[in-house]
Unconditional design. Structure first.
Length: 116
């Protein structure tokens, strides 16, 4: 099973948790299967850590359509997001806004391609 397939399987689990937590606010999920990081455009790669390699699967709810959007980040953007998450309360950075804007644009492009 490839990285995207693994990420999609994990996103399905995340969707179930989001559905139980947020109810009808989450209607569907979509995985942004791109080799480019939605934060900076660099290639998405496996992340090296003490126990081996991992992927950085992240998600947010695009509220208007109620879709849970899953995505992978590059190593550099993972570090920025992780550092912001260590703060109390967790900090929203300009990178978060960039990621969400780029993913919403990609999702809307995807939806339009289905209508064409």
């Amino acid at each position: 099973m490839g990285v995207n397939e693994q990420a999609e399987a994990m996103l399905a689990q995340m969707f179930g948790m989001a559905k139980s937590q947020f109810g009808n606010a989450v209607k569907s999920s979509w995985f942004h299967a791109s080799d480019a990081c939605p934060g900076c455009g660099r290639p998405v790669e496996l992340i090296k850590h003490k126990k081996g390699k991992a992927i950085s699967l992240n998600a947010f709810i695009h509220r208007k359509p109620g879709v849970l959007i899953g995505y992978l980040l590059c190593n550099r953007c993972v570090k920025v997001v992780m550092e912001a998450g260590k703060k109390f309360p967790p900090e929203q950075t300009p990178l978060h806004a960039t990621i969400e804007t780029n993913l919403i644009t990609a999702y809307e492009r995807y939806r339009k391609s289905l209508d064409a």
